[in-house]
Design a protein around this ligand. Sequence first.
Ligand SMILES: Nc1nc2c(c(=O)[nH]1)N[C@H]1C(S)=C(S)[C@@H](COP(=O)(O)O)O[C@H]1N2
Ligand SMILES: [Mo]
Length: 321
Amino acid sequence: MLIKSLSKSSSILTEADVTPESIYHQRRKFMKQGLYGLAGAAFSGMSPSLLANALSFKSTAYGKKETLTPEKAVTTYNNFYELGTGKDDPVNNASQLKTDDWTIEVAGHAEVTGQFSLKDIVKKQQLEERIYRLRCVEAWSMVIPWVGFSLADMLKQFKPTSKAKYVEFTSIYDPDNLKAQKSVFSTIDWPYKEGLRMDEAMNELSFMATGLYGKSLPNQNGAPIRLVVPWKYGFKSIKSIVKIRFTEEMPQTTWNQIASNEYGFYANVNPQVDHPRWSQASERRLPSSFFNLKRIPTKMFNGYEEQVAHMYKGMDLKRYY
Ligand SMILES: Nc1nc2c(c(=O)[nH]1)N[C@H]1C(S)=C(S)[C@@H](COP(=O)(O)O)O[C@H]1N2
Ligand SMILES: [Mo]
């Protein structure tokens, strides 16, 4: 396979502003003691894998006042049908997802197209942390500290042309390893696909995540790279992306194809437009239990009205759900 490399640019990742604090302090301790790398980690009793997965990033103001959902809940209660339909299937089947030598194909209406290695794509970006709310269409929600970069910054590298009105995203298709993709009972016509209108893709909030809680993305959360669009229902935030295509027509999307009366293309979080089978007026903020249901009111555009409402001016949001 031909893998093109993007023109080099100087995106320098600094050690400054690295969190979580424990990792930051551990690293400083190694430096003081003259211990570096994995040997240092082994000597200090720190897990080498934790050190290997730690990311360098700058912090941002996004979501700084939110109460985070514990890492354990974020990484064990998932929707990722490629790894099974149960909430704990993704973590249990995580090893079915093979992420080595990941490439992303860029196609459609853009000047720069072809097959690119993920390493080259990430190298051009300065990683940052953004704390976003995630609201699933099933009416549960979390607050997640993502690490990644702006989708707009990435897309601009490919120089979309004026014909590019939408962006289509495609997830991994690997039925040899992902057992759900071989199953004849699957409701999904694989691969999983999603899409955004060009202005939505270019919105400052649209984010490509390569990590969470300061470390590389766990497989169950969509390793090695996934979309995060916090003002839309969670199913728009497509995981394990292998292809990006700039289109003139609105792309077909997975859940819309399965039940277009229940899952629209826009899928903006909207407490006034109920799902045909349940209310969207409130949500269960995780972690919750039988004794602590923590239902909170759902906010218009998941609370991101200020950044996104202008894109839908004049649109009937009951019709374009
Ligand atoms: N490829 C793919 N992406 C996907 C899904 C999926 O099944 N397959 N599920 C979606 C749904 S419904 C939600 S709510 C979020 C969940 O993300 P999380 O498990 O990281 O919280 O991922 C979305 N992205
Ligand atoms: Mo979801």
